[in-house]
Design a protein around this ligand. Sequence first.
Ligand code: DGL
Length: 272
Amino acid sequence: MSDLSEKPIGVFDSGIGGLTVMRALTRRLPGESFVYLGDTARLPYGTKSPDTVTRYAVQCAGAVSEKGIKLLVVACNTASAVAIGPLTKALYPTPVIGVIEPGADAAVKAAPNGRIAVIATEGTVKGGAYMRAIKALKADAEVVQKACPLFVALAEEGLTEGDIPERVARHYLEDLLNVADKPDCLVLGCTHYPALSGVIARVAGPSIKLVDSAETTAEAVARLLSEHGLERRTAPTPPRFLATDAPERFARVGETFLGRHIDPAKIELIDL
Ligand code: DGL
């Protein structure tokens, strides 16, 4: 047993949305310990320039890495889309996994006709990372993308069901879906969108499969741990939460994303 395998898995996001990835990770890997950082002081990343997102993401990765981790999961789609290269370099030799490649892989598997729609933040859409990752796996895939910024605000407000999110979903998805050759699948390419998956699935209709990059990332992390012999062998410790601002809000809103109670008193406030 190497000491490394006993270390926690580090996870970071621009804020609380990455707790959807953490939720998938803890479900898939119940025997692991986790340390999660939400950069709540500087959210959102999705509207910022690639240079700024990269600078913030490298600072977050450094702060999580200081806690002593065996692997880093970049839960934020925007940071994964623009900064995975610099992050991998900054943390070497610690392995770094983003959410784009696992999401692209799942999308290709869920698209027998090769028609894939991706919804994400403005930054992720503009950078075209999902498009490139999907085309690398299936060169003739037809990929359409759309930024759905209001989904982030709706998820943070807890407005995940009912008339308002449904109308917003119709507004965003109409032109993606009202085409002769409908997409086979719709990639939820943002940490917040799984919180709205019920509404999105209803608007998309039963023929379009939703691809949640959180679940596919958890699967990729499980594979990587097993390949490197890094699975934890002793009982896990409770998750550690770090935030750069507003720990009380992190706990209150974060609970809905994580699906379990977060004690605000246990959130460590850090400065980057
Ligand atoms: N975490 C971001 C993402 O997955 C969404 C929120 C933000 O814009 O920071 O792209």
